[in-house]
Ligand binder design. Structure first.
Ligand SMILES: [Fe+2]
Ligand SMILES: [Fe+2]
Length: 184
């Protein structure tokens, strides 16, 4: 499997969680009871799966390899992707901050979570679209077979050392559980 193919698969999982967050936001805005534990699980998924795992592979490995073959970082597509990752982290921090208030049935906290979740979803959906359609095809075309092989090895290391074995299966079970609880 090409390294970008692995990343594309991860995008699909992130988009599934974005759809769940959107349903959670609908519930929070309608004043419905959304289990704070589910909100915590969703935030944990985004932090570990999207940010620590997926963005670590891009920031620590894919983007530097692309720079090596002449794709510019500053004022180029990589710079834009990096600043969008940063912006995404701010939305996630806002979601996490709102959860204690939601536990106390605070309406303003519910609204804050919902708007941060929608902001995150809008940002990441277009970010993923740009990576799938522009950045990854650029990587496929420019990176040498050796670079691609070593990237795949680096990705395996991230899985083992940063995310931890078994965590991916756990996250897939979480997606399935939350999709049932918050159907489209
Ligand atoms: Fe990205
Ligand atoms: Fe990505």
């Amino acid at each position: 499997m090409k390294p970008t193919e692995a990343l594309r698969h991860e995008h699909q999982a992130i988009l599934r969680m974005i759809r769940i967050l959107d349903k959670m936001a609908d519930g929070l805005e309608a004043g419905a009871n959304v289990a704070p534990g589910d909100l915590e699980d969703a935030v944990e998924f985004i932090r570990v799966f999207a940010d620590t795992c997926h963005h670590a592979k891009e920031e620590g490995h894919l983007f530097p390899e692309m720079e090596r073959v002449g794709v510019p970082r500053d004022r180029g597509p990589i710079g834009v992707m990096l600043s969008e990752h940063e912006e995404g982290r701010k939305h996630v921090a806002e979601m996490a901050r709102a959860i204690p208030g939601i536990r106390k049935k605070n309406k303003r906290a519910a609204g804050a979570f919902a708007s941060a979740a929608r902001g995150y979803g809008a940002l990441l959906s277009q970010h993923i679209f740009k990576e799938d359609k522009i950045l990854y095809p650029m990587a496929d075309a420019r990176l040498s077979p050796d670079q691609q092989t070593s990237l795949s090895e680096c990705f395996d290391e991230v899985e083992k050392n940063i995310v931890g074995e078994g965590k991916h299966e756990e996250f897939h079970r979480l997606l399935e559980r939350l999709e049932k609880a918050y159907p489209a």
